[in-house]
Design a protein around this ligand. Structure first.
Ligand SMILES: [Zn+2]
Ligand SMILES: [Zn+2]
Length: 273
């Protein structure tokens, strides 16, 4: 399993097109996609699935059953609305086949535009992606209370007194921590105003060579060609590229990325290979 440090966050997992994509961010208690489920992922409480291609969700029955077997309360699994009922049937059938009863599990269908509050201070905004089957991305933000500007400079005791008297002294602000773009042919850069400012961007880059442009369009994936323009709009300090086609060796991946991107972009890029 690969482990990439991005400031305060560590992104762990694997991602290979058509094989499996599964990523864990322990600090945020979340998983993005679950194409396989390593045992070290079982204790994580929130699973955000991008779409129903097997390499992105096949680990769900293992995640559900292992938690159940170990007496851990069900985790929260978020999936695209289209297909959620079929997944429910699948999990329940697998469960019946396995032990004659249905495991406890918690599945929440989501669609673009939804906001999912989780843990005490996090929210995931659901983004629309563009793939052969319905696919969503996620932008995870930290929620903070920020003192309103009119109260700047007041002593703490005075602020506490105002708060006790029922005055709202803070505004809710969101800090965009991490965005995950699973399989997609385009990126919805303007869908959420905080997306471009996310600290960490995880983005697929399935196809690299010029002769695979058509293949990228047919299978609705990103091609390296589109990356330089895309990266211009993202202010992200850390960018992780994932989901490379299996036809490329690690050496080809490194060479192609190096030749296509500026030194500034390369300095913020890490490859999940
Ligand atoms: Zn995929
Ligand atoms: Zn896919």
């Amino acid at each position: 399993m690969v482990s990439l440090r991005c400031g305060n966050l560590e992104i762990e997992g694997e991602s290979s097109s058509a094989v499996a994509t599964y990523l864990r961010v322990k600090e945020l208690d979340l998983i993005f996609d679950l194409g396989r489920c390593p045992m070290s992922f079982i204790g994580i409480g929130h699973v955000f699935i991008s779409h129903f291609h097997l390499d992105h969700y096949f680990g769900i029955p293992i995640y559900v059953s292992q938690r159940w077997l170990n007496g851990i309360p069900p985790g929260n699994i978020y999936v695209p609305q289209e297909g959620a009922d079929q997944l429910r049937d699948l999990v329940e059938q697998i469960s019946l086949l396995d032990c004659g009863k249905v495991w406890d599990y918690r599945l929440t269908p989501v669609q673009p535009g939804d906001d999912i509050p989780f843990r005490e201070n996090l929210v995931a905004h659901v983004l629309p992606l563009d793939h052969r089957v319905p696919s969503v991305g996620y932008l995870v933000c930290e929620i903070r209370d920020k003192l309103k500007s009119e109260f700047f400079g007041l002593p703490g005791a005075e602020i506490a007194r105002l708060r006790r008297s029922g005055i709202t002294v803070t505004n809710r602000v969101e800090l965009p921590l991490i965005a995950y773009l699973g399989d997609t042919h385009t990126v919805p850069v303007d869908f959420h105003p905080l997306l471009k400012g996310c600290q960490v961007l995880i983005c697929e880059c399935t196809f690299l060579l010029p002769e695979h442009r058509d293949r990228a369009a047919q299978t609705m994936h990103l091609h390296l060609d589109t990356l330089p323009t895309l990266l211009e709009v993202f202010e992200s300090e850390h960018i992780i590229l994932t989901h490379f086609s299996r036809r490329y060796s690690p050496e080809t991946i490194r060479t192609q990325i190096r030749s296509a991107l500026s030194p500034e972009d390369l300095s913020r890029i890490q490859l999940l290979i």
